[in-house]
Ligand binder design. Sequence first.
Ligand code: TXA
Ligand code: MG
Length: 317
Amino acid sequence: MSVTTDVSVAVAALSQGKLCAIPTETVYGLAANALDPAAVARVFEAKERPADHPLIVHVASAKDVAQWITNLPQWAMTLIEQVWPGPLTIVGSRTALASDAVTGGQDTVAVRVPSHPIAQKVLNEVKANGVLGLVAPSANRFGHVSPTSSRHVVADLGQYLDTHQDLILEGGECQVGLESTIVLAVDEFPVILRPGAITSDDILRITGIAVAESLSAVPRVSGALDSHYSPIAKVVLITDPAQIDQTNAGFLALVEIDTPSGVHRLAAPRNLEEYAHQLYSALRSADDLSLETIYVIPPSGTGLAQAINDRLQRAAY
Ligand code: TXA
Ligand code: MG
């Protein structure tokens, strides 16, 4: 495995059935040709991901969605037109192109058009080589924190990728820092399966349809396992810095909350966007410092705060 900045090298590798971690605006994904069963199998192996956890197919443009999903409701078409390319994944009824290996045997498939310019370039160029979509689960070992820089990918997957064949494409820090919002689009109303930067308010504003609140009886989402997005350090959610009774612990909160004495400030985001952007590298840096505990004051509010809280609760579980 080597790290490259050369998109054409990444495109050649992916077109030949090799794995390549690619940057997206949300997190880095471990990409492979979605139509190459051997390559898809190697993605599961490298991540140590259970086979029944489905993958997201990444495509170059909204026009490509019809190859993978059929019978999309009108509200979903409207949403796609407004938001793609962007941090939104649509789960819909699969076409014959979506294999069981990709969907985990479900009759739905997840599709997304990322906006990161490098991801866009990769997807357009592999498409020119006949690759109709790339699976790209977050490029971390199963259950761990998603990577928001190439360094994180090396740390997590470096030893599990093929030394001579697989690649990591350098693309800087991911801007959003949280995985895409996943929306189930098989019914007359949207259901959010995983909250993200595209919020239920955004969906209501764009489609005019309220988002269903219930998360029960929806298909399995691996990020929805109770424990997920976890660093090695124990994550403890608090409301007041006075609750910290340890030194040599990490601390994460908005900048206006002062650092208690004796603890390591892991990040001091000024707003929700920065909180999301810095969250995963803050959690990882605690492990780099061998800290036992990370105390976190979660942000309050709706929208992006809900997505941040979702990840924090799973990290703390
Ligand atoms: O932002 C993202 O979505 C990133 C970047 C790399 O694109 N990818 C990502 O992939 O987060 P992954 O595999 O770590 O998470 C994909 C989620 C999983 O929780 C999976 O269960 C869910 O999507 N998923 C995939 N197909 C599904 C389906 N047919 N029904 C329900 N959930 C599905
Ligand atoms: Mg993941």
